[in-house]
Design a protein around this ligand. Structure first.
Ligand code: SF4
Length: 349
């Protein structure tokens, strides 16, 4: 016998719904109702080992242990910013890693999570986009970012704005949203969750129809030719069509639609752009988040000055559009917007 043989890969239970967990139970020769008990242990009691599941028989725990893991895996690294932001690095398998960013702010504690290893959308201003695409995260890997950090139980908001385009991994992202919002899961209001997208339309429409999470669209320029310069995806999903499509949905009440707009000095930060952006979002009830750009090597533009951003914001406000300047967080640990890259090779840390 080869004692060095690798342990067979065990399937994580994290992310499974009660029906799947009942199937797991019956496949192990256990009563189906124990699937519901396992769900309670994982999602309500936050068990991290099968030994904690003390209303299951020893036989049941042994069977689970032999065939499955819970799937809560601690981050492999944490870096803390001077502003309190913490960036967590997670092993995503095959030598790749992904990042999640914890952002405490007065009453709120937001976690920005990743949905993919890298990204295939190729936005030129984004470190993740430059890294290329290395695979989708499973629902277990998405939920693990939330469950395994020390501040897990005090989080107030989740934003899918980390590495990857969530609509490019909709099936796993939807399962993660279900875990967060279902009664058997964390029972969060969907209003505590925001999913960001470049506007991959078919998937975006599915998400909007099947959940009531907030939606954020990365716009960055109101003009097709400009957006195309740094977002190749504009060719397939042009911003006019995306916004036209969003007019079909009701975002007027509790559900929020926001537009993300990174500001580049002398490029997209003048009155002409502000007016064109106002025109673009007319009839959508979208609010606008202005984002300071964090320079990355080889990208020709720099962030707009505070004064330009304030003037841009005020111009949109004067047209009745809610517009805010997003605080920059975690820049010193490369955790700010557009700076997440993970470590291509996790062992380089
Ligand atoms: Fe992907 Fe978002 Fe980066 Fe674009 S900005 S490359 S969609 S992670």
């Amino acid at each position: 016998m080869n004692i060095m043989a690798e342990q067979p890969h065990k399937t994580p239970l994290l992310g499974m719904n009660p029906e799947q967990l009942r199937n797991v139970a019956t496949s192990l020769g256990l009563p189906a109702f124990q699937g519901g008990q396992i769900a309670q242990w994982i999602y309500q009691k936050r068990a991290t080992s099968f030994d904690q599941m003390n209303n299951l028989s020893k036989f049941a725990r042994q069977k689970l242990h032999e065939n499955y893991t819970i799937g809560v895996e601690e981050p492999i690294k944490a870096s803390e910013s001077i502003d309190g932001t913490i960036k967590y690095l997670f092993d995503a398998g095959n030598g790749f890693a992904v990042e999640a960013v914890y952002i405490p702010d007065d009453e709120r504690a937001t976690l920005c999570i990743s949905s993919q290893k890298g990204c295939r959308m190729g936005c030129t201003f984004c470190m993740t986009g430059r890294q290329g695409f290395h695979g989708n995260l499973s629902v277990a890997q998405i939920i693990n970012q939330i469950f395994s950090i020390p501040y897990s139980q005090s989080l107030t908001n989740i934003v899918f704005m980390g590495m990857g385009e969530p609509m490019d991994n909709l099936s796993e992202v939807s399962k993660a949203i279900e875990v967060l919002t279902a009664k058997w899961g964390l029972a969060w209001s969907p209003k505590r969750i925001t999913v960001s997208s470049i506007g991959k339309l078919a998937e975006l429409n599915t998400l909007i129809k099947t959940s009531s999470v907030h939606i954020a669209i990365s716009v960055h320029s109101p003009y097709h030719n400009e957006r195309l310069q740094f977002m190749p995806v504009e060719k397939a999903y042009n911003i006019e069509t995306i916004m036209q499509n969003l007019r079909n949905y009701d975002f007027a009440h509790q559900r929020r639609l926001s537009v993300e707009y990174i500001m580049w000095d002398g490029f997209n930060d003048d009155n002409v752009h502000a007016d064109a952006l106002a025109e673009l979002i007319k009839g959508t009830s979208a609010r606008v988040n202005l984002i300071r750009f964090h320079s990355i090597p080889g990208f020709p533009y720099h962030s707009s000055s505070d004064n330009r951003m304030i003037a841009f914001r005020d111009r949109l406000n004067s047209k009745g559009i809610i517009c805010t300047i997003r605080k920059s967080r975690g820049e010193d640990i490369m955790a700010a917007c557009g700076m997440l890259a993970g470590a291509n090779k996790k062992h380089s840390y």
